[in-house]
Design a protein around this ligand. Structure first.
Ligand code: COA
Length: 570
């Protein structure tokens, strides 16, 4: 089938659907919904059998939905309508939420229903629910949808509010007054919920210490408290612990409200002028999973396997985060284990160097240089680990240097549905993280070139086929965890373990003799130095556009299907 993805942005959900439909043999093209004439041209030139809108905030032009089958993936249960579905679901404390595939119609979100499914709600931010639960359900519904669209006998169900199974309703846009925090009345749970319902966009607008700021990244705190609401109690790794009526909460990120464009930064950076005398709580080197409060890095161990979690906001790893992770990695290496698993975070495994931190630096080129060297030091430590087997457990998406970092591990396993973006060129970068060693080693020179130059997302089916990952585990959280543990236990208890370690050391020595790791690094950093410091580089402009969320004026050519259409007969 020819499927045109009409999207406001080619986000993680759209990337997953794109990869999955392609893997099933469908022909795909993408068009961004911002420019009506571009949308019309795309429809005319591509002649899609189906226009699928996994993430669309724009209206579809009337003539298009009237003439073509257009299906919208709406992140809400049957009958739910409006632009703030997940926000309301969190605020209303729904225990179950859902996704509905509905046909575009004159009335927004009121078209016939092609498929729908529900999932249990988690205590998580809107963005996390969207990236994991909504995305998984949407992928399932799109599979059903493709079968139903091909079935000429199938008719979708009209939306009927008198049907008892239709539980949703039309809800308004949730504006800031509905989100606002009453610090003198709201308890910690209420504040956490309000921030989560607005995270990652638009954030909750509040006044703190005389500044108007948007809040993001809320985490519970179980021991600190006992001060007047809003009092800053402590800081840790850029997050701020704020007193509430019944204790305290952590806020990891803020954005200043200002007449000029701003972007998200660690809370303590934004509030710097107001935190004199507020104690900084140094995190333990390897905090256990149960350590309370805000912890980006956590560690647990079982049956000879160490699991190192690094849950950095948006998967972005600034210089100090890379350094902390390196120290934690080295500490984990000193434990008496055979296998060390790099778990990444809840929503992203890693997205490489921290573009927001770099943008905020006095000298972004110098900070880029520090950051890439810090991540390289970490990757180098992984590559040189010779007394353990290392596993990258991609439970969530990875991009750019983050995707390449995973390849430094001996084994790479991925949760089904994860999307990898093993490329840098769309950010104007050559890339480092020893990718010129790790990527061709896994997939061969030609595929490495194709992956890094086409700048397209890679789904798990393709990643397995190419050898980017060694195994794909089931998507459901409990199954994923069980299968990952089994996989690592098998590695740790393998009677061939020592032989495998020896083989690993031998291969490393052979590779080193052929082409030293330091040479790969030197070559990559020479190219990166050019990207950071030379005036003909596009990196600083592209980074700025990314950080300030400047929408592209037209669809990137790499996403547009450009083979001429062979006119079909009959
Ligand atoms: N630095 C800072 N922030 C980053 C980031 C990075 N390296 N990568 C992602 N983010 C942020 C985004 O700004 C966005 O922020 P939000 O909280 O305002 O929503 C959030 O993470 C999610 O990213 P988004 O782009 O919406 O996710 P996606 O699933 O659509 O796309 C990527 C994933 C990885 C393709 C895309 O985020 C990307 O290109 N990131 C940049 C990667 C990069 O070039 N790194 C530097 C070289 S190593």
């Amino acid at each position: 089938m020819r499927v045109l993805l009409l999207v406001t942005a080619f986000n993680g959900l759209s990337q997953r659907i794109y990869g999955e439909l392609k893997a099933r043999g469908h022909t795909l093209s993408v068009v961004l919904g911002g420019n009506e004439s571009e949308v019309r041209d795309a429809v005319e030139q591509f002649e899609p059998d189906l226009i699928l809108c996994p993430f669309l905030k724009h209206r579809i032009p009337d003539d298009i939905w009237q003439q073509r089958l257009c299906i919208i993936i709406h992140p809400g249960i049957q009958g739910d309508r409006g632009p703030s579905s997940l926000d309301w679901a969190i605020i209303d404390q729904q225990t179950e939420w859902g996704v509905t595939a509905l046909q575009a119609d004159a009335e927004m979100d009121a078209g016939d229903i092609w498929a729908t499914g529900n999932f249990p709600m988690r205590d998580a931010s809107k963005a996390s629910l969207y990236r994991r639960d909504v995305t998984a359900m949407a992928s399932k519904l799109v599979q059903e949808l493709m079968t139903r669209v091909a079935d000429k006998g199938f008719s979708p169900e009209p939306l009927d509010y008198s049907d008892p199974k239709v539980k949703g309703e039309l809800k308004p846009l949730m504006k800031q007054p509905l989100r606002s925090i009453d610090w003198l009345a709201d308890d910690s749970d209420t504040i956490l919920r309000k921030i989560r319902a607005a995270d990652s966009f638009p954030g909750v607008l509040t006044e703190l210490y005389g500044e108007l700021v948007y809040l993001y990244g809320a985490h519970p705190e179980s021991t600190l408290g006992g001060a007047l609401p809003k009092t800053p109690l402590a800081t840790r790794d850029g997050a701020l612990c704020i007193a509430t009526t019944d204790g305290a909460i952590w806020v990891s990120h803020m954005k200043l409200k200002s007449d000029t464009p701003q972007f998200k930064l660690p809370a303590t950076w934004v509030m710097k002028a107001h935190l004199d005398g507020v104690p900084e709580l140094a995190p333990p080197l390897l905090p256990e999973m149960t350590t309370p409060g805000f912890q980006e890095i956590r560690y647990r161990e079982a049956d000879g396997v160490g699991y190192l979690h690094f849950d950095f906001h948006n998967g972005a790893m600034g210089t100090s985060q890379c350094r902390r992770l390196l120290h934690a990695y080295q500490a984990a290496c000193r434990q008496d284990t055979r296998v060390l698993v790099l778990m990444g975070g809840e929503d992203f495994w890693s997205n490489g160097i921290h573009l927001n931190h770099i943008e905020a630096a006095d000298n972004p080129a110098d900070e880029s240089w520090r950051n890439i060297n810090a991540i390289n030091d970490l990757v180098s430590a992984i590559l040189l680990t010779d007394d353990k087997l290392t596993v990258a457990a991609l439970g969530a998406n990875a991009g750019a240097g983050g995707a390449m970092m995973a390849l430094a591990c001996d084994q790479v396993v991925a949760r089904e549905g994860v999307v990898l973006n093993p490329h840098y060129q769309s950010m104007g970068l050559y890339g480092s993280e020893y990718w010129t060693y790790s990527l061709p080693k896994r997939v061969g020179e030609a595929t490495a070139r194709r992956l890094t130059q086409s700048c397209l997302p890679v789904g798990t089916t393709q990643a397995l086929k190419l050898g980017l990952v060694d195994k794909v585990l089931e998507e459901t959280q409990s199954h994923y965890e069980r299968q990952l543990i089994d996989y690592c236990l098998t590695l740790a208890s393998d009677h061939e373990f020592h032989r495998r370690l020896q083989a690993k050391t031998k291969t490393r020595a052979r590779d080193e003799a052929r082409h030293p790791l330091a040479e790969y690094r030197r070559h990559e950093l020479t190219k990166m130095h050019h990207c950071f410091y030379e005036p003909d580089s596009h990196y600083h402009r592209l980074r700025k556009e990314f950080v300030y969320k400047v929408c592209p004026c037209s669809t990137p050519q790499r996403l547009v299907y450009n083979k001429p259409l062979v006119k079909r007969t009959g």
